[in-house]
Design a protein around this ligand. Structure first.
Ligand SMILES: C[S@@+](CC[C@H](N)C(=O)[O-])C[C@H]1O[C@@H](n2cnc3c(N)ncnc32)[C@H](O)[C@@H]1O
Length: 391
């Protein structure tokens, strides 16, 4: 795997931080006897307390950071999502919203503001965030934009025992650590070792749990993966989904992410996997560089997520592209509300709509998977062009 050789140089503070994270990773590799599984390496790089990309002070989001997410592109994303949440909340009296992995807090601000405008404000907006640094940022963002609503927002340390209403997770599944494997005669695990203080990939026998996961994929595809085929599998996604759905007693979970149905995820020509790293708005696929100061993600196998959901007693309420979600759920109405806005605002909105919906931007790669429990009313976002059959 090659990083883009036009990646910018980190500034000196970031470089110093990265050196500390690298030292931590080298120590972990040594402690583990010479190598870490890729999932362990990703976990430490992103979440090691006080060091990892999400656990330390990197800007991450927006222009000054490394990547933009849909809520960072435009408030339209949260405004339309709020309309969909309002539909659910209208049928789950007393229900609330639970947002997982709330990033900068931007989505929470947009959803809360729009729910208030729609007269559908829940009593509580719960946030479960693994990064204490981001949780503090989220509180500041809500306090600054919606001080009157700050009291409704509560941060949790773990999933609530029983939640009713809506669950939202935008770009959280792609941030869960994945295992990497290569199919040879057997399934081999790709691990991370070090030589001359540089990280490098090495292969070893796959543990049973990884081997079983790859065999299950092959069973489902009705073919063996080609020799040399390299990809990822998220062993954490199914238990995460099961836990989230055990918490959801009644309502709908909306999961947005870049991802695909399994058949496309493991298509024969996609033989180097789906890792995507972000540094200063450059996307590349080398997770071994810039430790602690670049984001490491993997596209999502939505079939695996849907399977876990169904196994834990939930229903798939719909699976659409982000573009379809937004158009079906009220993008037009949100734009109409801006009809009288100044020309400069109209021009900005038009750029935002393109970014959110065009196939070459975020419109097609990003999908929304909706999972429901005790809720069978139709949802606007999935009334047209539902792709559940592709999962
Ligand atoms: C790529 S960011 C997306 C942030 C935000 N949702 C947005 O769209 O801008 C991933 C977020 O998920 C959080 N996260 C990662 N693993 C998580 C987990 N297991 N539970 C809850 N949040 C998690 C990260 O700390 C971060 O806030």
């Amino acid at each position: 795997m090659q990083a883009d050789d036009t990646l910018p140089e980190p500034d000196s503070l970031s470089a110093e931080h990265s050196a500390r994270v690298a030292a931590h990773l080298h120590a972990r590799i040594e402690e583990a006897g010479g190598s870490l599984s890729f999932a362990e390496f990703m976990q430490e790089s992103l979440y090691a307390p006080g060091l990892g990309y999400y656990a330390a002070g990197a800007t991450k989001f927006g222009e000054a950071g490394d990547f933009v997410t849909a809520p960072e592109v435009s408030s339209l994303f949260g405004r339309v999502l709020a309309r969909q949440c309002a539909e659910v909340l209208a049928r789950v009296p007393g229900g609330g919203v639970l947002e997982l992995g709330a990033g900068s807090g931007r989505l929470a601000v947009d959803v809360l503001g729009s729910l208030a405008a729609l007269d559908a404000l829940p009593d509580e907006y719960l946030i479960l965030e693994v990064s204490p640094e981001l949780a503090a940022r989220q509180a500041d963002a809500i306090e600054a934009a919606l001080p009157e609503m700050r009291a409704r927002v509560r941060w949790l340390d773990s999933l609530p025992e029983a939640h009713r209403g809506v669950v939202i997770a935008n770009e959280v599944l792609d941030a869960l650590p994945v295992e990497r494997f290569v199919r040879r005669e057997n399934v081999r695990q790709i691990r991370v070792a070090a030589r001359d203080r540089q990280f490098r990939f090495v292969e070893s026998d796959a543990p049973g749990i990884l081997e079983d996961a790859v065999f299950a994929i092959e069973d489902d595809l009705c073919r063996a993966l080609a020799r040399g085929f390299t990809s990822e599998v998220s062993l954490g996604a199914a238990p995460w989904m099961t836990d989230v759905l055990a918490s959801l007693q009644q309502g709908v979970a909306f999961l947005f992410d870049y991802g695909l149905p399994r058949r496309e995820y493991y298509a024969p020509d996609r033989d180097d996997g789906w890792l995507r790293c972000h540094f200063r708005h450059r996307a590349h696929n080398d997770p071994l560089i810039l430790p602690g100061i670049q984001d490491i993600t993997a596209w999502v196998d939505f079939t695996a997520v849907a399977e876990a959901a169904v196994e834990s007693g939930a229903d798939v309420a719909g699976f659409v592209t982000q573009s379809t979600f937004l158009v079906n759920a009220g993008l037009g109405a949100e734009l109409e509300a801006e009809d009288d806005a100044a020309l400069v605002r109209q021009i900005a909105l038009s750029g935002e709509v393109k970014m959110l919906t065009l196939p070459g931007a975020m419109g097609e790669a990003f999908k929304c998977l909706a999972l429901s429990k005790g809720f069978d009313a139709p949802l606007s976002a999935f009334l047209h062009a539902d792709r559940t059959h592709t999962l």
